[in-house]
Structure formats: C-alpha cells, structure tokens
Design a protein around this ligand. Structure first.
Ligand code: FPP
Length: 230
C-alpha cells in the first residue's frame, strides 16, 4: 500500500494556523497509520513525504519539513522496533543535510531486522527520475533481454534496493486531489486508486481500515475477464 499524504497546508490555513502546523499534525497522522497498518494486514506501506518538486516551496516550509523528518527518524526508532517496523527511505540523499542523512542511516540500520511492517518513506523522491536512472542502468548493461521483470529489478536497483521494486496494490491520496504527482509510476501499473477529500492531518485508523475494506471488495482483473463474467 502507498499513500500520498496531501492537505496538511490547507487544513492548517482553514484553521487560521500556519502551514507548518499542519505538517506537524501530519506527522501525528503518520504515527497513527504506522501503528494501525500491521493489524490491517498491510505488509508494506510507502508514504510520500517530500517530492523532488517540493524543493520549490518556500524555504521556511522546506526547513520545517526536513526538521520534522529528522525528529521523526530520531525519536520514533524505539516505537518502530516495538511494533516490528523496518524503515527504509527512498529518494535522493545528496540534497539532504548531513544530519538528516545520518538520522536516516541510523534508523534504517536499527530497524533492519524487523519484519512485521516494511515502512518506506519517500523523501526527495521523483518517480520519473528513478525511471530515467533505471533506463540508464539497463542501457549500461547492454539492454539485451530487457523485459518487465528485469526492468523492475533495475528500478529497484535505481532505488538502492537489492530486489525488484515492489508493486503497489492500493494507493490512497488524501486532500481531495486526484493525481499521481510523480509517485511510484511503474509500481502503480495495476494499483487500485482511492481518493478521499479528508485532509491528511485528520486521517486515522478508521479511514485506513475503510480503504482496505474497499480495496478487498474491488474486482481486480489485471486486464483479464473475471470468471463470473465468463
Ligand atoms: C502535503 O500537504 C504534504 C507534504 C508535502 C508533506 C508530508 C509531510 C508530512 C505528513 C509530515 C511529516 C512526515 C513524516 C514522515 C514525519 P500539502 O502541504 O501539499 O498540503 P496542501 O495541498 O493543503 O498545501
């Protein structure tokens, strides 16, 4: 499962507060969802925390977000370990501060053996940039016999993984917009999409559980016809 966590800023502004406050409340929603996910049968959860295009936001907002990521990574490790959560960060690291990179590495190392939930945070992430890198890797390897599976392995490699990039089965986007915003474009080829007008800071366990229920009720055909349809 993957989530585009949208609506922090609008939620805060609607309450007469600065956008940064919305992001802080958004971090609390992250905690709620991470805690609830394993009991709902979710094995992998990828959260879109910061896109490569988000660097174009005002500097103080970017600073707040980077600080929030760092404090989440530093403070949350004991709780992640308690809940069996293995944390991975996807995206470029060369534009992040050395302190944030250190916090990422420390959290990834500390949680590496956990296996109840694989939590992937996308930070300075662009799916199109990853696909370009994967194409470059494939070309450097000669490009021969390239097929879907071997390209998925290249996408994984471009993301620093040892295995192919995992498929997304369900994508949730909060905040009322209905777009993918350069997130997991390869991985979402057959994802079920769910859009909710709820803003991210208001999203909780019940919303996650409702989305999973809706997903389970969907008829996933992967381009085929269902047995019932004959
Ligand atoms: C989108 O809301 C949200 C973001 C760009 C940042 C996501 C960050 C968090 C949920 C906070 C902390 C996360 C972690 C992992 C600790 P928006 O600002 O685009 O909202 P808007 O569309 O209303 O402007």
């Amino acid at each position: 499962m993957a989530i585009i966590m949208d609506g922090n800023g609008r939620w805060a502004v609607a309450r007469g507060r600065p956008r940064e406050w919305g992001h802080r409340q958004g971090a609390r929603a992250v905690r709620r969802v991470v805690e609830a996910a394993p009991d709902l049968g979710i094995g992998t959860l990828t959260l879109y925390a910061f896109s490569s295009d988000n660097w174009q936001r005002p500097a103080h907002e970017v600073r707040t977000l980077m600080r929030l990521f760092r404090s989440y990574l530093r403070r949350e490790v004991p709780e992640l370990l308690e809940n069996g959560v293995r944390l991975e960060v996807l995206g470029r690291r060369d534009r992040l501060s050395p302190e944030l990179v250190r916090a990422i590495t420390a959290a990834e190392t500390a949680t590496a053996a956990a296996s109840r939930l694989r939590l992937r945070l996308a930070v300075d992430y662009s799916s199109r940039d990853i696909l370009v890198s994967a194409a470059q890797l494939a070309a450097a390897a000669g490009g021969a016999n390239l097929d879907r599976d071997s390209f998925a392995a290249r996408v994984g490699e471009a993301m620093g993984l040892r295995e192919a990039t995992p498929e997304v089965d369900l994508l949730i986007r909060t905040g009322g917009e209905q777009r993918l915003s350069d997130f997991l474009l390869w991985e979402c080829a057959y994802a079920e999409l769910t859009f909710t007008s709820k803003m991210w800071p208001e999203f909780g366990k019940d919303d996650l559980s409702a989305a999973v229920r809706e997903f389970r009720a969907r008829d996933r055909r992967f381009g085929k016809v269902t047995a019932a349809a004959g």
